[in-house]
Design a protein around this ligand. Structure first.
Ligand code: IPD
Ligand code: CA
Ligand code: CA
Length: 267
């Protein structure tokens, strides 16, 4: 394993102990509202601090972007860690056992290392650029479906941006009529990791943040998949509009989505 990925794995395992302890005592959880329907708990914050401490102890000259604390570490480093300490906070708060830690490393603006860790199932999805993707050390691949027939897709609802609901439901209706079924499990990082592992045939969501996407994107790409925005371009880390699947399914998804996109989603 790449030494920087190895440090990230240690950071994730340390954070997972904080998360699992918190999950045992949900009655003592301290919750704040960040914006409508968007929450943060003391566990999100504590787990994030544990991850940042581990990374900066090993690499004090690297920089950090993390969901809850923003930018820290060194300025202007070529190395930037992108962290979501707890992806699936709504599930976590409600005792739904489906959430993950997501840690990615960019080197000179290219995704270089990534991990998504599910502490409940002890499933560690990892990728290093050019070296494939793994689940608990075993190689994973996206599915090789040629078209949408029989697909199980994952998605996320635009619960923080309900003005996108008309476009979202139009896309959903069109796609759902062509595939076998759709899932909304509540962790974008795990949705991407599951696409990489061939558990889902594809994933799409509107308005994600870089920390939801970065690690999962590298894992999907290293598993043979394509990750792009709704026009097939590469603006998804900025726009948060993401499609991920094998290259043929990605083209089919984009073709179905295209007629329903207003100007706001064409990026
Ligand atoms: C959320 C999850 C969810 C997605 C949301 C994200 P959080 O992340 O990934 O599946 O639909 O858009 O914000 O807030 O639990 O870290
Ligand atoms: Ca997230
Ligand atoms: Ca989060």
């Amino acid at each position: 394993m790449h030494p920087m990925l190895n440090i990230a794995v240690r950071a994730a395992r340390a954070a997972s102990r904080v998360i699992l302890q918190g999950y045992e005592k949900l009655d003592r959880l301290e919750t704040e509202t960040k914006s409508a329907n968007d929450f943060v708990t003391n566990i999100d914050k504590d787990a994030e601090q544990v991850i940042i401490e581990h990374l900066l102890k090993a690499y004090p000259d690297h920089s950090i972007v993390a969901e809850e604390s923003g930018i820290s570490g060194a300025d202007n480093s070529d190395y930037q860690w992108i962290i979501d300490p707890l992806d699936g906070t709504t599930n976590f708060m409600r005792g739904v056992p489906h959430f993950a830690i997501s840690i990615a490393l960019k080197y000179k603006d290219r995704l270089d290392q990534g991990l998504v860790y599910d502490p409940i199932r002890d499933e560690l999805f990892t990728a290093s650029r050019g070296a494939g993707a793994q689940l608990n050390g075993y190689r994973i691949r996206v599915t090789d479906k040629p078209d949408l027939a029989g697909n199980v897709l994952a998605t996320g609802f635009p619960f923080k941006a309900k003005h996108h609901l008309p476009a979202y439901t139009a896309i959903f209706t069109d796609l759902f009529s062509q595939v076998a079924d759709m899932r909304r499990a509540g962790s974008a990082a795990l949705d991407l990791a599951y696409v990489a592992a061939g558990r889902y045939d594809g994933f799409w969501e509107i308005g994600l943040k870089p920390w939801d996407i970065a690690a999962g994107e590298l894992i999907v790409r290293e598993a043979g998949g394509l990750v792009c925005d709704f026009t097939g371009g590469h603006n998804h880390l900025k726009s948060g509009n993401v499609v991920a699947a094998n290259p043929r399914i990605t083209q089919r998804l984009l073709k179905t989505m295209q007629p329903h996109l207003g100007e706001a989603l064409k990026r």
